[in-house]
Design a protein around this ligand. Sequence first.
Ligand SMILES: *Cc1c(COP(=O)(O)O)cnc(C)c1O
Length: 375
Amino acid sequence: MGIPYGRQSISDADIAAVADVLRGDWLTIGPMVGTFEKAIAEVASTPDAVAVNSGTSALHSAYAASGITRGDEVVTTPLTFVATAATAMAQGATIRFADIQPDTGNIDPTAVAEQINERTKVVAAVDYAGHPADLDDLSTIAHDAGALLLEDAAHAIGSIYRGRVVGSISDLTTFSFFPTKNMTTAEGGAVVSPDPALIDGARRFKGHGMVRDRSQLRYPDEGPWHQEVQSLGLNYRLPDVLCALGVSQIARIAEFKQRRTAIFDHYVASLSDVPGLTLPTKREDVDPMWHLFPVRVHDGQRRRVFDHLRDNGVLVQVNYIPVYWHPVFEDLGYRRGMCPVAEQFYREEISLPMYADLSRSDQDRVIEVLRQALA
Ligand SMILES: *Cc1c(COP(=O)(O)O)cnc(C)c1O
């Protein structure tokens, strides 16, 4: 089997919550959707939330809500999953990559300032590994240029930045509920915003752009059956069945954070003296919900250490290949060397197992195998 780098934590209560919905009347559009959205809004400290069927559809809906279109530009980090960039491109935007900070792996505000221009409509930051980006600086830079700050918080639901919870800070924040993330709905995601107009835009986009509210119809006298598509959207709905799992999972979020923090602390205590290894940075002004435990292996030893871990049942991962290294970006003219800090980070990075149900004995096994590799 081996020890995976991430996995879900499913309780009997989670299973019962899903089974209850399966026995009921609604499988998809039902009462759990609103209940889950309220619970997300509470955790994110926002007026409302939009539940969608993946972190990718959350990003796509958030970009759609921002109004980006062909000719607009988005500045984002190369150290992320491809969806952060791909969903903006699906709306017609052009991506500019800004390099990262070498300690946190988060997008560097100075590099953003160099890439931003009058065509920039969105600055998209990622809270890499769960550690919030420099959100105040990024927000100032984006707003001064007339752009919005979008935070891809796929790693960071439950993280805190300068006393404020992730979700309440940026113009738009997206979450992912993929099984390896901090909580799960199998597939799922959400968009939150302090701005009700942006929430409305995301909600409309996830449901075909359909308008039902009579006061907003262009042709209100068409008949009681009438609904209108006033802007294009898609079907990105999260089914009621999965919202029930989400409601049950989100009730466990404090427990998850406690577990992830304990695992983080044990890694730090056990690996600080290992030569040739850099451990993740935690800045003073944040309290992360750690999604990953990204170490960096020096002196070109990453591949050897990675193979040693995998060969010994520690199923580590690498997060991430710089986005513009993917052939689809290369074919568009993006070239290696563009963001040297992100490329160096990638060359050294390995994500150690980090998930709520990781047992102390499994974690000690990971530590032992890693120490062996670097001895
Ligand atoms: C997981 C992830 C996504 C995509 O989420 P899905 O739910 O898998 O679609 C987007 N951005 C980042 C940074 C992620 O880690």
